[in-house]
Design a protein around this ligand. Structure first.
Ligand code: PGA
Ligand code: ZN
Length: 406
């Protein structure tokens, strides 16, 4: 595939911050993509450059890229990786590389006259596999770093509380989630004088006890009868309350050691039936992850995010340590779609669950929906189905579902 033009510009994300958009064109087709940004990031994520720098970098690369012809998107990503030449993407910036990579993959699908998810499936060696939609993890209660100083600073220390309908139909999931949101809105506005929304559109409840979020969702779940079974899940994002100096985890006035935290989680898991728990320990606490995986790994999806950062070396270590049985797949943690797919395939070959995820700072870009179907992800998280930046992904899944069922 030969590119005719490359256009880089700055657009605003869901937090009103600048982010990079790339528009690529061939003689026949045009594709645009933009990149998200995380707030509770893992230290092993690819380096992010500021937007003015990325515009300069793309400008410098333009001539070189336009001269070349690429057989497929793998070759394009490979070329970007060779131009960058680092393991942390510190020359070009992971965000610069990802915007180019996303738009190239999308454009390649247009040139092939195929839906993007089919191209991803075919190039991942899954073209003969049954294509299905992932479970949707709706983050309806927000805490941790995603709530800022909403409601006088009192908030839940855990970052995300999910409702996960147990169906591969996005249409049914979204329908059921609307019911839950209505009930949740009624419950929270009656109970609390003020209620805010977090970065991902979920409710911010003014409580310091992390169990309160589960209590609320469990109650709402019990009241929502008649549809498919609703599961609960958590992204604890424990980096945010880990004290490095003391090697303890701090919330509710306690300083938990790793062992004490494992006991605390076991109590919660005995009280609430959870499908999935993400990042219950800080990103280097392998002992913690191992202990919980040993105790609960048979029943629970124990998911790494800051632990693994969609990075093949970090995944290899997690496999080696038997730290988790699933992981978050976020393209902007690593920088190219080829690397993202490689990590997902390795994870799946090791029996791990894969959960494709947005970031807390998002744009309307819906690439990750096609990615999730293309790689056959088990689940997908894109926040509360309220903000347009979250809805664009869920709506793309609905579109794909209709295509697959046609
Ligand atoms: P982030 O949070 O996008 O702010 O990093 C999302 C997550 O931790 O899953
Ligand atoms: Zn996370």
């Amino acid at each position: 595939m030969k590119l005719n033009s490359i256009l880089a510009s700055s657009i605003k994300d869901s937090r009103g911050e600048d982010t990079l958009q790339i528009i690529l064109a061939t003689a026949k087709n045009t594709a645009a993509d933009s990149v998200p940004s995380g707030k509770s990031k893992g230290s092993f994520e690819a380096v992010t450059k500021n937007v003015p720098d990325t515009l300069g970098i793309v400008n410098d690369l333009k001539e070189k890229i336009l001269k070349k012809e690429f057989v497929d998107p793998f070759e394009f990503d490979e070329y970007l990786l060779s131009l960058d030449g680092t393991t942390d993407k510190s020359n070009l910036g992971g965000n610069t590389m990802l915007a180019l990579s996303l738009a190239f993959w999308r454009l390649f699908a247009l040139e092939e006259n195929l839906p993007l998810y089919r191209v991803i499936a075919a190039l991942s060696g899954r073209e003969h596999n049954h294509l299905h939609l992932p479970y949707l993890m709706f983050n309806l209660i927000n805490g941790g770093e995603h709530v800022g100083n909403a409601i006088g600073g009192v908030h839940l220390p855990f970052q995300e509380y999910f409702i996960i309908p147990s169906t591969e139909s996005a249409i049914v999931s979204l329908e059921q989630c609307s019911d839950v949101i209505e009930k949740l809105k009624e419950y929270t506005t009656n109970k609390y004088p003020t209620i805010a929304q977090g970065d991902e559109g979920g409710f911010v409840v003014p409580e310091a006890d992390p169990e309160k979020g589960l209590e609320i969702l469990a109650k709402i779940k019990d009241e929502t009868q008649g549809g498919v079974l609703l599961n609960l899940g958590l992204d604890i994002a424990a980096n945010s309350f880990y004290n490095k100096t003391e090697n303890t985890y701090e919330f509710l006035g306690n300083h938990f050691t790793t062992l004490e935290l494992t006991n605390y989680y076991s109590q919660l898991l005995n009280r609430y039936e959870l499908l999935s728990v993400e990042d219950p320990y800080s990103e280097n606490d392998y002992n913690g992850f191992k202990s919980l995986n040993g105790l609960w790994g048979e029943k629970l999806w124990l998911i790494g995010d800051d632990l693994t950062t969609t990075n093949s070396d970090r995944l290899a270590k997690a496999i080696d340590e038997e730290a988790i049985n699933g992981l978050i797949i976020k393209p902007n943690q690593i920088g190219t779609i080829s690397e993202t797919i490689a990590v997902a395939m390795t994870a799946q070959n090791n029996g791990f669950k894969t959960v494709v995820s947005h970031r807390s700072g998002e744009t309307l870009d819906d690439f990750i929906a096609d990615l999730a179907v293309g790689i056959g992800a088990d689940a997908f998280k894109s926040g509360a189905p309220i903000q347009p930046e979250r809805m664009s992904k869920y709506n793309r899944l609905v579109e794909i579902e209709r295509e697959l069922n046609a």
